[in-house]
Design a protein around this ligand. Structure first.
Ligand code: SF4
Ligand code: SF4
Length: 334
């Protein structure tokens, strides 16, 4: 066949799409049980079961990532992935050398008691040692597996309890990392977090889950709403008026904060605290229960959240599951 003709045929041939998961292709996860893996939900891409922070086997990681990526592209998708919200499609399966996301969740003690927490809080677990993540970060930089654009995400729990937290943040700031993301209940104020904000080097995400003290106490199992609000105020004072570096998060729970009154209070509080970005999500296990038949009142609340954000000129991000519900509403179809 003449070259010109085959070029034309190739151009119009439908492109093949491959299953894609950002955790397999672009991330590395240091979990709270000291395992290191690709997938945060199961042992897909398990690299180390009991990492101590001293030496990370980068060759094993690169091999495991390639292996998992090949499995996903070969139509032998593992059963755990079939229904997963993180599964997308891509036309290009070429792996990039450098990671887009690195998640840290390697601290055991969380002093909050969120009613929806899935992490174990047994004595053995709490007493297990934290490990220092700085040598690991230096190793990944040396191996060119991360760069200044990589998102360094300190996961839920309170990263600030990690004894090496400040040291790690200041190392990343000196390295000129652009995306340091810290999840915290904001019950301990950290100057290093304020420095991330004032140096435009990332974001802090604070999960209040409520707009009132009463509901906060019920969800968090702590009577420390005012402390959290005061610390949010301090963090917010370090951002420029239109910046979105301090983000308030709301996880909607069945029968507890799933009502417009509570959400309205959360909006009023956010406005008073000069917050410019909100994150809203539905709790995982509740979503799994209702995803095939989402009650109308849940859809109405999600539309209400969107309208409130637009009305208050606050940027809003939905979690993937919430976005899936919003996309299924008549509003989105209009
Ligand atoms: S279960 Fe989900 S997150 Fe884990 S590898 Fe599969 S698609 Fe990715
Ligand atoms: S802050 Fe996170 S880790 Fe701590 S109790 Fe709440 S959900 Fe669990």
């Amino acid at each position: 066949m003449p070259a010109v003709l085959s070029d034309i045929i190739n151009k119009f041939k439908p492109k093949k799409n491959y299953p894609f998961c950002k955790f397999v292709s672009e991330s590395l996860f240091f979990d709270y049980d000291n395992s290191v893996k690709l997938c945060p939900y199961n042992n897909m891409g398990l690299i180390n079961e009991n990492f101590d922070g001293i030496w990370f086997d980068t060759e094993k990681f690169i091999g495991e990532r390639k292996n998992c990526s090949d499995i996903m592209a070969s139509n032998e998708l593992p059963s755990c992935c079939h229904d997963c919200i993180n599964l997308k499609e891509t036309g290009n399966i070429k792996l990039k050398q450098q990671l887009k996301y690195i998640f840290f969740s390697n601290w055991k003690f969380c002093y909050v008691n969120c009613s929806y927490c899935s992490r174990p809080k047994t004595d053995n677990f709490i007493q297990a040692k934290h490990y220092d993540i700085l040598p690991l970060i230096k190793q990944l930089i040396d191996k060119k597996l991360i760069n200044t654009k990589t998102k360094f995400i300190f996961e839920c729990g309170d990263a600030c309890v990690h004894p090496e937290f400040d040291k790690t943040v200041y190392f990343l700031l000196n390295y000129e990392a652009k995306n340091i993301i810290v999840n915290t209940p904001a019950l301990r104020y950290c100057q290093s977090i304020s420095d991330i904000i004032s140096k435009n080097a990332g974001q802090v995400i604070i999960t209040l889950d409520a707009g009132t003290k009463f509901t906060y106490n019920k969800i968090k199992g702590l009577d420390r709403f005012d402390e959290a609000v005061n610390n949010i105020k301090k963090y917010s004072s370090h951002q420029e008026p239109d910046e979105k570096r301090v983000i308030l998060k709301f996880t909607m729970l069945e029968g507890i904060n799933d009502n417009e009154k509570e959400i309205l209070e959360w909006f009023i509080l956010s406005r008073n605290l000069k917050i410019k970005k909100l994150f809203f999500e539905i709790e995982n296990t509740w979503y799994s229960k209702i995803k095939n038949s989402v009650p109308k009142y849940v859809k109405d609340i999600i539309i209400f959240v969107k309208d409130m954000a637009d009305f208050n000129n606050i940027s809003l991000e939905f979690g993937d599951m919430t976005q899936a519900i919003y996309n299924s509403t008549d509003r989105e179809k209009e």
